[in-house]
Design a protein. Structure first.
Length: 283
């Protein structure tokens, strides 16, 4: 018996699996919280090219002494190509002071700072973007299917994807930033794609049995999922080994990998189970 046959044969108990994972993700979010990136909480990021051997602790001490920012608000990470990224949390530091602090041991490659007022506005806009994206997605789903149970199943699957992705961000220390929020918005769209594929083939097609229609949708859906997850894993590995300073790509790939795996569970265990339960009850 294939994996698809096993899923279809015992679909009711499998509905609870994504629900349990979602509740665990909620627990992780509530207990561990979610870090915010510099672009949302304010601060500065400086990318340095080291000209002399210097440790991360020494860089933190030098920047702290020059800018007056407490050392516990400064972090430094160094990659294998003698590049170091210094992050200063809180108020934006003066670029002249940072350049003066590293004079003689490094050169300033790039510098970006975000003030506290702009960061507060960014956080507000992020929450509005996620809320409106989810709201309009839900309205669109109800308009397309016009059946309460299948529509709610699609929305619940998308909600599980987002919660599990955010839980993964909290667990693995991925900050909430403009990049990761963009990944979450993309995840909403992808989740709805797979759920609409499933619901359209099972609910609106008339040829074949419910199981045959579900198998047809699963074949296409698993191919989509494998391609999407594979491409994001490839992107993550490329960034990890070849472009370690490309934090935006790193965050997008990591969030999408977590969310896409969650989408496989939410779509093909929970959404399919609810949809099949509904269809068999309305024969």
């Amino acid at each position: 018996m294939s994996m698809i046959d096993k899923i279809l044969d015992s679909y009711k108990p499998l509905i609870i699996i994504p629900v349990i994972i979602t509740l665990l993700a909620l627990g992780v979010i509530l207990s561990g919280g979610l870090k915010e990136g510099i672009d949302l909480k304010g601060g500065s990021i400086a990318v340095l090219q080291l000209t002399e051997p210097v440790s991360n602790e020494q860089l933190v001490s030098m920047v702290s002494n020059s800018t007056g920012v407490p050392a516990d608000l400064i972090t430094s990470t160094t990659t294998g190509n003698n590049q170091s990224t210094v992050q200063i949390t809180g108020s934006a530091a003066d670029v002249v002071e940072v350049a003066s602090a590293i004079n003689g041991v490094a050169t300033l490659q790039s510098y970006n700072s975000v003030g506290p007022l702009l960061s507060k506005q960014s956080v507000t806009q992020v929450y509005y973007a996620l809320a409106f994206a989810f709201l309009f997605m839900s309205i669109t789903v109800f308009i397309i299917f016009r059946h309460i149970v299948p529509s709610i199943a699609v929305i619940l699957a998308a909600l599980c994807d987002i919660i599990i992705a955010i839980g993964g961000m909290s667990l693995f220390g991925i900050p909430l930033s403009l990049a990761s929020v963009g990944a979450l918005l993309m995840l909403i769209g992808y989740s709805v794609d797979t759920d609409i594929l499933l619901t359209t083939r099972v609910l609106k097609r008339r040829e074949g049995t419910i199981i045959e229609r579900a198998k047809d949708a699963m074949g296409t859906g698993f191919t989509m999922a494998a391609a999407a997850i594979g491409s994001m894993v490839a992107l993550y590995l490329v960034v990890l080994f070849l472009m370690p300073n490309a934090e935006i790509l790193d965050q997008i790939a990591a969030v999408l990998i977590i969310g896409l795996v969650a989408d496989v569970l939410a779509t093909w265990l929970m959404n399919l189970g609810i949809l099949r339960w509904y269809m068999e009850g309305h024969r």
